[in-house]
Design a protein around this ligand. Structure first.
Ligand SMILES: Nc1nc2c(ncn2[C@@H]2O[C@H](COP(=O)(O)OP(=O)(O)OP(=O)(O)O)[C@@H](O)[C@H]2O)c(=O)[nH]1
Ligand SMILES: [Mg+2]
Length: 449
């Protein structure tokens, strides 16, 4: 950040808009002085709420009555002196307070993420904890909340620090071996060093793998709804969402682009993608829509294949290509008066629904929930997964360095690659060398954006 570091900064800690209470936070050397200037001249026992009448120092006009809590350095969120003002949650109250504060010497508005950045700079949290906090503020599902909270509490940092410690041990061992003449070393020394690197490599490979689950929980599981034109995919998505996400019409080939909606079922966040109906077509835009649909289905975590009761089981329907034992198969339009046909041999038992009447949707959401739980289930078992592309890239780089170390022709090169792996692990928590990523990470914090 380019702004001067030791200013006392302030910003609302709560989102804008009408609310019972809003919190305005100040951090820095002049935080307590600012409170006194606003009328908080009495004693403020640390970390205790005290009533205060906040006044404009210029004319003594009452701005609001509220509560103030003082958190003296270093026992505060940022590690600096922090003052939190609880006032009535009106934009006008916050605007007036901010106007008055901005006029005080040494005070200015905080940049987005600056409180957290200061907490990081003062060793109050590592980078993964800061990211966990950002994720917690953005959590929409229960599994996201749990994962973010664990990361904020340092679960991932501990896992990374332990691996980094192993790397440092292996490096120290390798360097000790380099410094010793060959004939003074026991025969198995080299093998012992390689064994240490191999153990670390395997643990790191497991960590890289955890990114699949961690990022899925963080970003939401993707569910692709696929089927032939006109079977009622958009109608089904609309009913799941409870509002008209997609256009529904009797014309086959209505949906062209992928339309997505974020939902939460059974405590899991997921994104449902409505896609273009699959069929052979000469129409250019529709054909592009179908290609996009196929890409979406191929990369989706969960597939819902939709058929219509009046054409089911439609064995020639290209949708069948996307059906496997994990697919939720749906026969829509169960309200139509047509004979009920059995599923083709080997296909999953279909859920019969009517997007028109809502019949069968309880069974459908149960079936979807079961699939989502299987996909997300591994996540609850994963105590400290990697949750971001930044983590995955760092861990993969460390893993590649270890693979090189294992195949290194001599000990010097082995030590060099170990050093790189240790550095990558240190960068993930922010222990070393992270100036280049800090602004990007902390700009994510922006209350009410
Ligand atoms: N009877 C009956 N009609 C339905 C049902 N669901 C959808 N329809 C009708 O089927 C037609 C197609 O519905 P859509 O939801 O647009 O179908 P789609 O699969 O999204 O179609 P494309 O976007 O063209 O691929 C519309 O006329 C809907 O009203 C249902 O449960 N019962
Ligand atoms: Mg559609």
């Amino acid at each position: 950040m380019t702004v001067e570091a030791h200013a006392t900064i302030f910003a609302p800690a709560t989102a804008p808009g009408r609310a019972g209470v809003a919190v305005l936070r100040l951090s820095g050397p002049r935080a307590r002085e600012a409170l006194a200037t606003l009328g908080g001249t009495g004693a403020f026992p640390p970390r205790t709420l005290t009533m205060v009448a906040l006044r404009d120092p210029q004319d003594g006009e009452l701005i609001d009555r509220g509560m103030a809590a003082v958190f003296p350095a270093p026992h505060s969120f940022t590690g600096e002196d922090v003052v939190e003002l609880q006032v009535h949650g009106a934009d006008a109250v916050l605007a007036k307070l901010a106007e008055v504060l901005a006029k005080l010497p040494g005070l200015r508005w905080a940049e987005p993420g600056e409180f957290s950045r200061r907490a990081f700079d003062n060793g109050k949290m590592d980078l993964t904890a800061a990211e966990g906090l950002a994720d917690l503020l953005a959590a929409e599902s229960d599994s996201q909340r749990k994962q973010a909270l664990r990361q904020m509490d340092g679960a991932l940092a501990r896992r990374l620090d332990a691996l980094r410690g192993q790397g440092i041990d292996a490096l120290a061992f390798t360097e000790a071996v380099i410094d010793f003449p060959d004939d003074e070393l026991p025969d198995d020394t080299r093998a012992k060093g390689l064994g240490m690197i191999r153990a670390l490599r395997d643990a790191l490979a497991e960590l890289v793998d955890s990114a699949k689950i961690g990022t899925r929980v963080r970003q939401g599981i993707s569910v692709a709804v696929v089927g032939a034109p006109n079977v009622g995919k958009s109608s089904l998505v609309n009913r799941l969402a409870g509002w008209e996400v997609s256009i529904v019409s009797a014309t086959a080939g209505t949906t062209r682009d992928r339309v997505s909606v974020d939902l939460s079922v059974g405590g899991h966040a997921f994104t449902v993608l409505d896609t273009a109906g699959l069929r052979e077509t000469a129409e250019e835009i529709e054909a592009e829509g179908i290609r996009r649909a196929e890409r979406a289905v191929a990369s989706a975590d969960v597939r819902v294949a939709v058929f219509a009761a009046d054409t089911w089981p439609a064995l020639e329907d290209p949708t069948w290509r996307w059906v496997d034992s994990d697919t939720v198969v749906v026969v829509n339009k169960s309200d139509l008066d047509v004979p009920e046909c059995a599923a083709p041999a080997g296909a999953p038992e279909p859920v019969r629904v009517s997007a028109a009447t809502g019949a069968g949707f309880t069974t459908l959401t149960q079936a979807m929930r079961a699939r989502l739980a299987t996909v997300a289930g591994a996540a609850s078992g994963e105590a400290a997964p990697l949750t971001r592309e930044r983590h995955r890239v760092g861990a993969a780089a460390a893993l590649a360095a270890l693979d090189r170390a294992l195949g290194a022709p001599d000990l010097e090169l082995q030590a060099e690659d170990l050093r790189l792996a240790v550095r990558e692990l240190g960068r993930m928590t922010g222990r070393v060398d992270v100036e280049d990523v800090l602004d990007r990470i902390f700009s994510e914090f922006c209350i009410g954006k």
